[in-house]
Ligand binder design. Structure first.
Ligand code: AP5
Ligand code: ZN
Length: 206
């Protein structure tokens, strides 16, 4: 399958992607993870992206679109299918995909209210070795796993991240509405229940 997953910051996109990859063996492309890796590696993209990400702002479309479109042409994506997490995030990003005839067969929208986003962000911890995400209350890491807080998971940054999400999400969904099936899920349910809802709408292999 070719899947796009949308939702607010800390909406559970990464969490569902882990389950989707395990089941469907698709290539997981998280633009947030790609940008964080670029920052770690100190590449020109990373250096440029860092100032936006630290402020909770979106990185400019022209920086991210070419990286993602190039990645989607690679062999693993063409063979296994893909799962886009955090892209497209703006109308120009969605239109760029469609202009290049890159059309998902399922668009997932995780609905999670702002109050819950705030709770999830403050408790989120990540294991830098595996990239796995935990939550100090909802999904505590095993005692032997070392976790840290993401540098953009601060209260100040979160307000901007939520604003950017609400400004752009509608236009992204609208861009796909005539060509792709949309699966709107109540993201407040337990992660297993969210996954079950997504699976019901998953296109069956022919
Ligand atoms: P990105 O990394 O995409 O961040 P985000 O959208 O803010 O989303 P998160 O990764 O914070 O959350 P998530 O939805 O994956 O939730 P998770 O599963 O971790 O982007 C970061 C930045 O990069 C952006 O701000 C921007 O600057 C830049 N960027 C990236 N893509 C871009 C683009 N296309 N264009 C421009 N700029 C871009 O879960 C969160 C927490 O909740 C965890 O602790 C988890 O354990 C818990 N949890 C998950 N599901 C449940 C559940 N069902 N019940 C209870 N708890 C749950
Ligand atoms: Zn994520």
């Amino acid at each position: 399958p070719k899947i796009v997953i949308c939702g607010p910051p800390a909406g559970g996109k990464g969490t569902q992607c882990e389950l989707l990859v395990a089941k469907h063996n698709v290539v997981h492309l998280s633009t947030g993870d790609m940008l964080r890796a670029a920052i770690q590696a100190n590449t020109p993209l990373g250096i440029e992206a860092k100032k936006y990400m630290d402020a909770g702002d979106l990185v400019p479309d022209e920086l991210i679109i070419k990286v993602v479109l190039a990645r989607l042409q690679e062999e693993d994506c063409r063979k296994q299918g893909w799962l886009l997490d955090g892209f497209p995030r703006t109308e120009p990003q969605a239109k760029a995909m469609l202009e290049h005839k890159i059309v998902p067969n399922l668009v997932i929208l995780l609905n999670v209210p702002d109050e819950e986003v705030i709770k999830r962000i403050s408790g989120r911890r990540v294991d830098l070795k595996t990239g796995k995400t935990y939550h100090i209350t909802f999904n505590p890491p095993p005692p032997d796993v070392e976790v840290v807080q993401r540098s953009d998971d601060t209260e100040a940054t979160l307000i901007t991240r939520l604003e950017k999400y609400h400004e752009n999400c509608g236009a992204v969904i609208d861009a796909f509405s005539s060509t792709c099936s949309l699966c709107k899920v109540d993201g407040m349910q337990a992660k297993e229940m969210v996954f079950e809802c997504i699976e019901k709408d998953m296109p069956r292999p022919t």
